[in-house]
Unconditional design. Structure first.
Lengths: 804, 350
């Protein structure tokens, strides 16, 4: 360790020391490149390892399964590994540029063991990545799930530093950042609203998902536009080899996925659909709630994922993928007074063209469209109301992967986005008269970014990932706005189409360094700065369909985040056990909240209800993972503080954020008993969320009204929960040459029936001086009672999954 | 243990106007109603931090009426409340002055119900007028009010020494005795404005939407012409027969953002006692045979802000944040409200 420290300082003093050692060899250099695929279905493998044993150098495949490594001319033993698939070893005489495409087969034992991540061996110690995890969808499928709905976003909440936004919710907070500060991508398209049914289910259908990469700190320069984290979800590409059908029947939804080759090894597709039948289940229940006033409504959601990929030739590959999901809520009360039709959801479409210019230069060109929006049509008596809001985005993007020299993996690219924000737009009609729609103008903006990064191995113990991202954002016309003061219109702003209203730009440096301390341990440092130009401000902790994304404007400035982290990584027992400790500090500027008196009035431009401040958070994350074997799993513990300070909230005093959580523990364990049985258990513990409760009351017109105490002064009781999962696999039987497998998956949510706090409300009953009984038969004198609401008791569920 | 009904009540006031303009409120309500069929609520005890008590003003000055001010103290949240002892919440012995922008001025004097020796029915009327409609008149608490010294003239003749006028600003200046030490005077001030009364053009009646109720109930519509410049705010209440004026569950205040420059008919939601049970079928309707009075007041923006924030505070839950009620009182809580009021009546045929 002392030796290491010494070397570190010597290196810092002699600039370029590492470069010298890396380039000192005079032998001619050649490039080994190619694609790594899963032999069983032709799916590209992300982060498969290609490793030259003789010189202990290697690289990983990118999202498209492509790798490129430049080495001095020699004969190498190349080892290609991907956890869960059989390793292949090839001897290569590298006397010219060589293309080596490899298809990895299943392991010889044919045991479908659950592998926690798809990382290469020792990757967590070797790489410069900090706070980065790749999660295979199989992990989510092996774990117990609420109502049996497998949800990748709920799985990532089990990682240290990532917290669930609430009971049963797929929303999450990363290292003290807000929910809008997470960049959630589905095949490179931004997903603006990740939840169905107020976030209780995520929009990601697990059958269509291949892998998920989570970056919670040290965001590399290729990602931008958000300041906290990245959740990068890749859809499956479609089986290139054979037709494949899989699906499941669950308690509240069913899924069906079909994939197969259109032309074998050339072109394939996948089509996956999911629909809930909550509406059918609830139909007999609803009339029994209350006085039957809910009988007329129905709710369901569905989503469709589709993807086609086409291998044009050895150098070109095309992908077209899309997502379409909707939540639909229809309500008609029995008396016919209200009618409501309320659909909302995301759609995304991504076209990608992979092109290989040379063995060293890979280009991915993308055109992406995505939107999120809701519509609501309501009416009562002869007033009709139509309300909608949306965010739409068109993106063009070019990402280059370039490996010109040994030990260098460069990425650079550019990105352009055109944003259209439609605020709550209400059109109404009262008895034939159209209501006014002042200040409901669309907002238009351009966003452009350029980035460059180099992940380079300076020498055997130092590896640096240095990058920079430059971004520029312009809020532009056409736009007009009436400025109000005390309810009176005092000014009207008007901008022509294309007129520049406000421009912001930022330079975002990203740096992470890995210092190898020993063969199986390393120290990593990370420092990043990010800009965020689009914002979501919510008064709730769940994702609501009405969540409104807004751009940076003259009023709203870009959010800026800076994060520094340091970590120690150590693997034991031949990488069987991975451990890490990471400490971070994060500072956030231009944070946005609703003002203390904001009510969410749709007739006021939402940005005029905002107030601005700053935030900071710090903490430590401990992680132990057993990645291989019959018994796998991990334990994560986070100790964290999250602060906010707004001049116009809490009298300007700093306060702990609602999602400040001092302690957060996740224990995730999976065990494969035999070919038939897999069991799993997760236990989570979290310090209670903070909430603002009233501290006093006053009277007005004979009624009681609340005066709230300091922001988030009260902490709810702690949250803890045990979930159990059992999967029974029915042994494959060849039925008419079809290999039909199925399993029955049983989940028990909240196994020991803990009454966890969902929220607390104060129930003031009665009126001042009342003495008669009210409608509920309560004596009507005034009293207060704080009540804790718990959402889910023990909830067993069962799902049947099949595949052939 | 299951307390569905109450949680549902807490979230589900299916108010016509708010549902139309914020349809998700209906959705959240139903979502909650469904969720709570599997959820539980339990009583918990919370230790409330000690906060300073504040002076609370509930003052009105209306066209052609003298000012009335009720002065109370805010109370710690979980203090037990003895309904017969509300008298203790009142702040007695304050010096109070109202000054109009037209140069008029008056001192207000404190009148306490117990000292007036009114017959029970008159005492009840006074309580109704002050918003204590639910108080049992046989156990009248010692409710006190600050008003002009010759307020009796107003009740007898309809006029007195100081009455509200339209297009006039009124300053309220209060020096209340300290809560701990009576010699530490608390100085509270406020300003309100009585705008021009715009009123409504006419009231008319419409059939109930639901045929099942057509024989028993009707909707009352107010036809209004809204000025074409922004900045007009309205507060309304309704009164059926010999009931007092009550507030509608859906709220009492409107701004003109959606209506500026329009002539249109708006359904009037029926005002109800605060402890009445909400019923979607009857909420917006009046019974046949009712005599309905609509009290329609133009107010200034700060009075609107107070009532709008007060009526929209949903507390801290996963679906909402607490709302700090906007007050126009400096060094205190509450509202000093100017009303430019007009009254309109309609008789609903049997």
């Amino acid at each position: 360790m002392r030796n290491f420290t010494l070397r570190f300082f010597i290196c810092l003093l002699s600039v370029g020391c590492g470069l010298k050692s890396a380039y000192a060899q005079n032998a001619p250099k050649y490039t080994l490149s190619g694609y790594i695929k899963d032999g069983s279905n032709g799916e590209s493998l992300l982060a498969a390892s290609v490793y030259a044993q003789e010189i202990a150098k290697g690289t990983n495949t990118n999202e498209y399964g492509f790798y490129s490594i430049t080495l001095p001319s020699d004969t190498y033993t190349i080892k290609i590994t991907y956890v869960g698939l059989a390793t292949q070893v090839k001897t290569i005489v590298l006397d010219k540029d060589i293309r080596l495409n490899v298809e990895l087969g299943a392991t010889a034992t044919e045991i479908q063991e659950v592998v926690v991540t798809g990382e290469k061996k020792g990757a967590n110690v070797e790489s410069t990545d900090m706070g980065r995890q790749e999660l295979k969808v199989e992990v989510s499928k092996a774990l117990p799930a609420l109502f049996g709905e497998v949800d990748i976003l709920k799985t990532i909440q089990l990682l240290p530093g990532i917290m669930a936004s609430g009971e049963g919710n797929s929303g999450f907070y990363v290292r003290g950042g807000g929910p809008d500060q997470n960049l959630v991508l589905l095949d490179d398209a931004v997903v603006y609203n990740t939840g169905h049914l107020f976030g209780f289910f995520s929009v990601f259908n697990s059958d269509a998902v291949k892998s998920t990469t989570v970056v919670k700190g040290g965001m590399p320069a290729e990602y931008g536009g958000r300041i906290s984290s990245v959740v990068d979800v890749s859809m499956k590409e479609g089986n290139m080899k054979k037709w494949n059908v899989e699906g499941g029947l669950g308690l509240i939804s069913s899924r069906l996925t079909i994939q197969g080759p259109i032309k074998k090894n050339k072109c394939s597709f996948i089509l996956s659909g999911r629909r809930t039948y909550i509406d059918l289940i609830m139909k007999p229940i609803l009339p029994k709630i209350g006085d039957g006033e809910f009988a007329g409504n129905e709710y369901y959601f569905y989503d469709i994922n589709a993807k086609i990929n086409y291998v044009v030739n050895d150098r070109d590959r095309l992908y077209l993928s899309g997502y379409f999901g909707r939540d639909v809520f229809n309500f008609k009360d029995p008396s016919g007074i209200f009618k409501l039709n309320f659909p909302w959801g995301n759609s995304t479409a991504t076209f990608r063209w992979n092109h290989l210019f040379s063995d060293k230069l890979f280009l991915n060109t993308m055109f992406i469209y995505n939107d999120f929006g809701f519509k609501a049509n309501t009416g009562f008596q002869d007033i009709k109301f139509a309300l909608n809001s949306s965010v739409q985005e068109a993106t063009a993007k070019m990402d280059f992967d370039y490996s010109p020299l040994p030990g260098h993996a460069m990425k650079f690219g550019l990105q352009y986005n055109f944003h259209v924000f439609t605020p709550y737009t209400a059109s109404g009609n009262a008895g034939g008269v159209d209501l006014k729609t002042t200040n409901q103008e669309k907002k238009f903006a351009h966003e452009t970014a350029l980035y460059f990064l180099d992940d380079f191995e300076v020498n055997s113990w130092l590896k640096i990932n240095a990058g920079v991202r430059g971004s520029i954002f312009t809020f532009m016309g056409p736009f007009s706005k009436t400025v109000f003061r005390d309810g009176r219109a005092v000014d009207t702003l008007s901008y022509k189409p294309g007129q520049n209203i406000r421009t912001y730009w930022g330079i975002e440096p990203r740096l992470s360094m890995r210092f190898k301390v020993s063969k199986n341990s390393s120290i990593k440092l990370g420092a990043t700065m990010n800009q965020q130009y689009v914002h979501l401000v919510s008064s709730s902790t769940t994702t609501l369909p009405i969540d409104l994304w807004v751009p940076s404007t003259a009023v709203v400035k870009p959010q800026i985040g800076a994060q520094g982290s340091i970590g120690y990584f150590h693997n034991f027992k031949d990488d069987m056990i991975e451990t890490s400790v990471e400490v971070y500090y994060k500072h956030l500027w231009n944070q946005i909240e609703y003002g203390e008196s904001a009510v969410g009035n749709i007739t006021i431009d939402v940005e005029d209800q905002f107030t601005f401040g700053k935030g900071w958070s710090y903490g430590a994350e401990f992680f132990v993972k057993k990645a291989k074997g019959k018994w796998t799993g991990w334990i994560g513990y986070t100790l964290a503080w999250t602060w906010r300070k707004f001049p116009e909230i809490n009298g300007g005093k700093p306060f702990l954020a609602r999602y400040d959580r001092r302690h957060d523990i996740s224990i995730v364990q999976m065990y494969e008993i035999n070919k038939h049985w897999k069991i799993s258990a997760t236990w989570v513990f979290a310090t209670g969320q903070r909430t603002t409760l009233p501290v006093s009351f006053f009277m007005n017109e004979g009624e009681v009204h609340f005066v709230y105490g300091e922001r988030n002064w009260y902490r709810l009781p702690s949250y803890h929960r045990l979930d159990l999962g059992f999967v029974y696999t029915i042994i494959p039987k060849k039925v008419r040459k079809i290999n039909f497998t199925s399993d029955i998956s049983v989940s028990i949510y909240n196994a020991y029936n803990r009454m966890n706090p969902f929220f607390i409300y104060v129930d003031p009953k009665g009126v001042i001086g009342g003495s008669t009984n009210d409608a509920n038969g309560d004596n009507n004198s005034l009293r207060f009672q704080a009540k804790q609401v718990s959402l889910f008791p023990i909830l067993p569920s069962i799902t049947w999954n099949f595949k052939f | 243990m299951l307390d569905n009904k109450k949680i549902q009540e807490y979230f589900c006031r299916l108010l016509p106007w708010s549902v139309a303009s914020r349809p998700w409120s209906l959705m959240l309500c139903i979502f909650f109603a469904v969720l709570i069929t599997s959820s539980c609520s339990k009583n918990i005890d919370i230790e409330i931090p000690e906060g300073a008590k504040q002076v609370v003003v509930e003052g009105t000055i209306e066209t052609d009426r003298p000012p009335f001010v009720i002065l109370t103290k805010s109370q710690k949240f979980f203090d037990a409340i003895d309904p017969n002892n509300i008298g203790n919440y009142f702040v007695h012995g304050a010096n109070m002055q109202v000054t109009g922008s037209d140069g008029t001025q008056t001192e207000l004097v404190e009148l306490c119900l117990q000292n007036l020796g009114l017959p029970a029915d008159q005492a009840k009327q006074v309580l109704d007028a002050l918003g204590f409609a639910a108080v049992d008149s046989t156990q009248i608490p010692n409710v006190c009010i600050y008003t002009v010294p010759d307020v009796a003239n107003y009740f007898l003749t309809g006029t007195c020494s100081f009455m509200g006028k339209e297009r006039t600003t009124y300053n309220l200046d209060i020096k209340a005795p300290g809560f701990v030490n009576v010699n530490d005077s608390i100085h509270v001030t406020s300003t309100t404005y009585i705008p021009t009364a715009i009123g409504i053009d006419s009231l008319s009646l419409k059939e109930h939407t639901n045929p099942d109720y057509r024989d028993s109930m009707m909707a009352v519509y107010a036809y209004v012409t809204v000025p074409d410049t922004f900045g007009n705010f309205v507060r309304f209440m309704t009164k059926r027969n010999d009931e007092p004026f009550y507030k509608a569950f859906g709220g009492t205040v409107y701004d003109d953002r959606l209506f500026v420059g329009l002539s249109l008919g708006l359904p009037i939601e029926r005002g109800q006692a605060p402890n009445a049970k909400f019923d979607i079928n009857t909420d917006s309707y009046f019974w046949r045979g009712d005599t309905v009075i609509v009290k329609w007041s133009n107010i200034d923006s700060r009075t609107y802000d107070f009532f709008f924030t007060l009526e929209n505070d949903g507390g801290d839950s996963p679906f909402s944040s607490p709302v700090k009620i906007k007050s126009n009182i400096s060094n205190g809580l509450g509202i000093w409200a100017g009303y430019a009021t007009r009254y309109y009546g309609v008789r609903i045929p049997q």
